[in-house]
Design a protein around this ligand. Structure first.
Ligand code: PGA
Length: 237
């Protein structure tokens, strides 16, 4: 819930900077609030940036006042949607099953779902981080996946907005868990799926995080609000 119309200059700055430095070798996606999504998708058209939303409803349409369907998001010109972010799971009671249905809805609308999983600090302290994430993956992911049409984001909840990312060693061991779960589930496709790390990714730690095996990108919150900071993360990628 960050970003008014007055923040759109950050998008323009990002488009300009990427045009100046040549096409990025990483895929760049911005997921603004849905109030800005159509305008952002219009501005990024023809640039290497893709648009996405931060949540969707599982149904295509109907009496769901205030909700936004995956079809509506696609209709804005977006190509991605984040589902199962820990803030949605915590504040809106979203279960793994609901997240899975949202991921399926995204696929139905030909959007690429970015499915988020991650453990709480208490779960980590109890030694349950791996089993928690494994269970979330089993229940939140669709049964069938195409390597380019699904993205998984591992976001330890204790690192989100904390200013303290997980250590490269912790990221490495958790991304192995995610990779193994994806291979179990999807076979060779599981090897090709992109796994993002999220949680306090900043310009000054992005390069070391991107070096970790099985880290195929980042899901950036706070540091994506300013074009200059986000751009430095894109450059690191
Ligand atoms: P952060 O947020 O980068 O500010 O920690 C990540 C997220 O909300 O997914």
């Amino acid at each position: 819930m960050n970003g008014l119309w007055s923040a759109l200059g950050e998008i323009d700055a990002l488009i300009l900077a990427l045009a100046d430095s040549g096409p990025p070798r990483a895929q760049v996606v911005v997921c603004p609030p849905v109030t800005l999504l159509t305008e952002v998708c219009t501005r990024i058209a023809g640039s290497p940036i893709a648009g996405g939303a931060q949540d969707c409803h599982a149904e295509p349409a109907g009496a769901h006042t205030g909700d936004i369907s995956a079809e509506m998001i696609a209709d804005c010109g977006a190509r991605f949607v984040i589902v199962g972010h820990s803030e949605r799971r915590a504040a809106h009671g979203e279960t793994d099953e609901m997240v899975r249905n949202k991921a399926l809805a995204a696929m139905r609308a030909e959007l690429i779902p970015i499915v988020c999983v991650g453990e709480t600090e208490a779960e980590r302290d109890r030694g349950e981080a791996k089993s928690r994430v494994d269970a979330q993956l089993r229940a939140s992911l669709p049964d069938v996946a195409d390597a380019l049409a699904l993205v998984v984001a591992y976001e330890p909840i204790w690192a989100i907005g904390a200013g303290r990312a997980a250590s490269p060693a912790d990221i490495d061991s958790m991304h192995w868990v995610v990779r193994e779960a994806l291979k179990d589930r999807y076979g060779p496709t599981g090897d090709a799926l992109r796994i993002l790390y999220g949680g306090s990714v900043k310009p000054d730690n992005a390069a070391e995080i991107f070096e970790v095996f099985n880290v195929n990108g980042a899901l950036v919150g706070g540091a994506s609000l300013k074009a200059a900071e986000f751009l430095n993360i894109v450059r690191a990628a």
